[in-house]
Write a protein that binds this ligand. Structure first.
Ligand code: DC
Length: 230
């Protein structure tokens, strides 16, 4: 395991900016980067391909689909299905609309958590892991733990901007706010590993901050604690 001093966790809701920030913080520190949301999306894709991603979910069938498809991480921490990169497919709407339900299944969480711990064990010289339960469940002893948040309006704007940049259709702002609200509600009210800020994490409200400002703040904190040079 990368030592607790060299693990940085970044949790938060959709659109808080944590994926972009976490990737940039990892680059600055020379650490490995792990996008755990991508893993739950890949598990959802496996279930979709096997025809068992619609509610009510059959947990056993979904877990069988995840195992049979071979959801895994390569050496750089990129999620693969059957050895292939799936970045484009896991961002599709049909995945986004089902991922909260699939990621609420304990069997799916056990599988993904085990892959995450294994990756953390091999990560050198350190790891930046982002998701919903990095500080609460997977790496609770990490020394640097952050929770990124932003108002739902700002998060909706960011998602619309993201989709537009990728040339994908985006709903109007009120519909996007409703979609994000619904996903927040599902992610924070589920029984297993719900989204919440762990005790003692540093909460960063990114609503009025640029990506650079958030990255600078986090890198400075880690460097000040002796985690790595900035
Ligand atoms: O960060 P994202 O939008 O790509 O995450 C997709 C979904 O995966 C999100 O709705 C909740 C789930 N997730 C989770 O349950 N636990 C994590 N550590 C990361 C994501």
């Amino acid at each position: 395991m990368a030592s607790d001093e060299s693990i940085v966790t970044m949790d938060g809701p959709a659109g808080s900016g944590k994926t972009t920030v976490a990737r940039r913080v990892a680059e600055r520190l020379g650490y490995r980067f792990l996008d755990t949301g991508a893993m739950y999306r890949a598990a959802t894709l496996a279930a979709l391909d096997a025809g068992c991603a619609d509610e009510p979910l059959d947990e056993e069938a979904v877990c069988r689909a995840v195992d049979a498809a071979g959801v895994s991480l390569d050496d750089r921490g990129t999620v693969t299905v059957g050895g292939r990169e799936v970045e484009d497919r896991i961002r599709a709407d049909e995945v986004t609309s089902r991922v909260s339900a699939v990621s609420a299944l304990p069997g799916v969480r056990r599988r993904m958590t085990s892959l995450q711990l294994d990756f953390g064990r091999r990560a050198r010289p350190g790891l930046v892991a982002e998701g919903r339960d990095m500080a609460t469940v997977v790496f609770p002893r990490a020394e640097h733990r952050f929770y990124l948040d932003a108002s739902v309006e700002v998060r909706a704007e960011r998602r619309i901007g993201d989709l537009a940049r990728r040339g994908l259709p985006a709903p109007e702002r009120p519909a996007m706010v409703a979609e994000i609200d619904a996903r927040d509600e599902k992610d924070s009210s589920r029984e297993h590993a719900p989204l919440r800020a762990a005790t003692g994490v540093e909460i960063v409200d990114t609503s009025d901050l640029s990506v650079d400002q958030v990255v600078d703040r986090i890198v400075a904190r880690v460097a000040a604690a002796g985690g790595a040079a900035s």
